[in-house]
Write a protein that binds this ligand. Structure first.
Ligand code: FES
Length: 149
């Protein structure tokens, strides 16, 4: 389905902006929203291009640049921080060979940091796409990453 077809599935009201943007991103194999797609959304919803761009830029769940097939979001909020999420991030960076906000050369993984994932009782936590992983340890990280290769 091309971007125009995706956009046309939604009613042309500005209330649908976020739904449309998520739909576009979820249907892009590179997990981001292209400039052309944002232009189409602006025209469809009778908004300025800059206001659509501003929304995409504001929401951390939306991306303006190509990302990997799997988006890893590691929580850096206080409870996870206290429970050594920093060490988990370093381990992920070493395992994947990238820093946060980067994508592996094979375009399989993008590593991002996130605010509280609502899993504090089982911190440290991360998400890979829509799935949550809790009680992370370096050993668990190895297994989880291996499952996605
Ligand atoms: S602080 Fe990490 S899940 Fe809440």
């Amino acid at each position: 389905m091309n971007p125009q077809e995706i956009i046309s599935k939604h009613k042309p009201t500005q209330d649908n902006l976020l739904n449309i943007l998520h739909d576009l991103q979820n249907n892009n194999p590179e997990n981001y929203i292209t400039t052309d797609a944002m232009d189409l959304v602006a025209r469809y919803l009778n908004m300025t291009k800059s206001s659509v761009y501003g929304v995409v830029d504001y929401y951390s769940m939306l991306s303006l640049k190509p990302r990997g097939r799997y988006i890893i979001r590691i929580c850096v909020s206080p409870v996870c921080h206290i429970k050594k999420a920093g060490g988990i991030i370093s381990h992920l960076e070493n395992t994947l060979g990238i820093k946060t906000s980067e994508t592996t050369p094979d375009k399989l993984f993008t590593l991002e940091v996130a605010e509280c994932l609502g899993q504090c009782q089982e911190a440290p936590s991360m998400m890979i796409n829509e799935k949550v992983y809790n009680n992370l340890t370096e050993a668990r990280i190895e297994g989880i990453i291996a499952q996605h290769k």
